[in-house]
Structures are given as structure tokens and as C-alpha cells.
Unconditional design. Structure first.
Length: 95
């Protein structure tokens, strides 16, 4: 029997602004059960032409403005030039 965790779809949030993030995370919240995951794609422009989530503080700000988002567990894909230098900040931001 497979674990339910293996049978889930995790929405991936790839956005260019905090306003767009708030909208997409609200949609994810409506699709994912409490404690479920939403995935953030973090780009700094070094590995792809787009840039998203300028800093971990942006994530903290979005969640602070919308406390209901704290019901989501967040994961991240750090597509950045030097992820090791910022990983602690992302953890502190709740990702």
C-alpha cells in the first residue's frame, strides 16, 4: 500500500510579484488540505531569464498579511547562483 504523501499533487508557485504570489497561494490553499505543501520556485535570474521572490522577507510579508496561509507547508527550489548563502534565511522565513 502506498503512502498518501506519495499520492499528492503539490502546486508550484512561480511568480514575478508579491501580489501575484498572494493570489496563487490563496488558490493553493483552496486546493491543498491543511498541512499540505505548496512549492515555491525561487529564481534570481542567473539560471533562467525570470526573477521571482526577491527575498525571504517577501514570503514572510505575504504570510503575515494572510495568516491563513500558515496552514500550508512551504517547500522551495532555489534556482539561484549561490543557494548556500541564503538557505538559512529561507528556512527562517518558513520555507
Amino acid at each position: 500500500m502506498q503512502s498518501e504523501a506519495l499520492n499528492s499533487i503539490v502546486p508550484s508557485i512561480n511568480v514575478a510579484s508579491a501580489a501575484e504570489a498572494e493570489e496563487r497561494l490563496s488558490i493553493a490553499l483552496s486546493l491543498v488540505p491543511a498541512g499540505g505543501f505548496a512549492h515555491l520556485d525561487i529564481h534570481d535570474g542567473s539560471m533562467s531569464p525570470c526573477v521571482s521572490w526577491g527575498s525571504p522577507r517577501e514570503v514572510q510579508g505575504v504570510v503575515a498579511r494572510h495568516p491563513e496561509l500558515s496552514r500550508l507547508s512551504l517547500s522551495a527550489h532555489l534556482m539561484t547562483r549561490d543557494p548556500e548563502s541564503s538557505v538559512a534565511e529561507w528556512f527562517e522565513a518558513g520555507v
